[in-house]
Design a protein around this ligand. Sequence first.
Ligand SMILES: CC(C)(COP(=O)(O)OP(=O)(O)OC[C@H]1O[C@@H](n2cnc3c(N)ncnc32)[C@H](O[C@H]2O[C@H](COP(=O)(O)OP(=O)(O)OP(=O)(O)O)[C@@H](O)[C@H]2O)[C@@H]1O)[C@@H](O)C(=O)NCCC(=O)NCCS
Ligand SMILES: Nc1ncnc2[nH]cnc12
Length: 290
Amino acid sequence: MHALNLQPKIITLAERLADLAVDALIDEADLSPKPALVDRRGNGAHTDLHLGLMHASALALWPAFKEMAEAALEFGEIGLTLREAIGRIGREGEQAMLVTTNGVNTHRGAIWALGLLITAAALDTKSTNAGAVTLRAARLALLDDRYAPRPLSHGAQVAQRYGARGAREEAQLGFPSVVQRGLPQLKRSRVAGHGEQNARLDALLAIMTDLADTCVLYRAGEPGLHAMQHGAQAVLDAGGSASLTGRRRLHELDQQLIALNASPGGAADLLAASLLLDRIERDGILQGAF
Ligand SMILES: CC(C)(COP(=O)(O)OP(=O)(O)OC[C@H]1O[C@@H](n2cnc3c(N)ncnc32)[C@H](O[C@H]2O[C@H](COP(=O)(O)OP(=O)(O)OP(=O)(O)O)[C@@H](O)[C@H]2O)[C@@H]1O)[C@@H](O)C(=O)NCCC(=O)NCCS
Ligand SMILES: Nc1ncnc2[nH]cnc12
């Protein structure tokens, strides 16, 4: 007769990082009320997305995140070999996402941003503050993956039309929207006692105030981007999402962006990146067990 094994399974560093990334994506999707984005209330400005699809997509990305962290551990240093390995894994992750969502792009930007951050975190678990991790991620993003296809993506079309360089530049600059806006606002709103959900909403709004979100530019042009940036600033100026006036401004922003079809999908990805870095900095298992 076999005794029941009640020992907790020891998870690997790569598995732990993949867990943190998926948790960050699910927390981002669930956070409500987000302007014009999919959340617990509904589909925002989207006709082809819903919350269940966002969850399924996030879960489908776990193996890719784990493999990226494993590649970092295997190669051990920033270089073209690692960059091209995670590029391949990222593209396989995109395929897994598209199979799960039946062809809908739920998390392309998130695979890019969180994939780079997971890889960068795994490279040195003794140096996991946001500044150090984003710097390593930027050095990876600056390397040119020779095998990356160059499709005329929405981001590429927007770059041609408006000169906005979007997700690639955000990573190559070390995620300024995360390090200078999202994370500091998350911490400020927590310290002010606004509650975790409001702190996360404020972090999203802080990202939106300055981001050249190629998703918004593609769907709603410069008027859409202007509405997103100024509307987000108006909520923060009114006291943020924990205040009554701020909540009113947030509702107005939601209505305005939906009317413009302007979904800030890039800002949503960068909120998930902020939540991931916040978790990596504070994670007891990551700090202690490896
Ligand atoms: C380098 C890549 C990110 C490719 O970049 P590019 O700009 O060429 O490609 P896009 O396909 O447009 O994807 C970029 C996505 O990044 C998000 N984003 C937008 N602006 C920013 C920004 N300023 N900073 C950071 N991130 C940003 C955004 O993702 C979200 O929006 C998605 C929905 O967008 P879209 O497809 O346009 O969808 P809709 O408007 O809804 O379209 P329809 O309904 O009309 O169909 C949503 O998924 C969010 O995630 C942009 O979409 C990179 O992808 C790449 O090179 N990948 C290859 C693999 C690789 O090398 N990986 C590296 C290992 S990690
Ligand atoms: N919550 C969300 N709604 C719409 N697009 C997104 N892209 C990433 N997160 C999103």
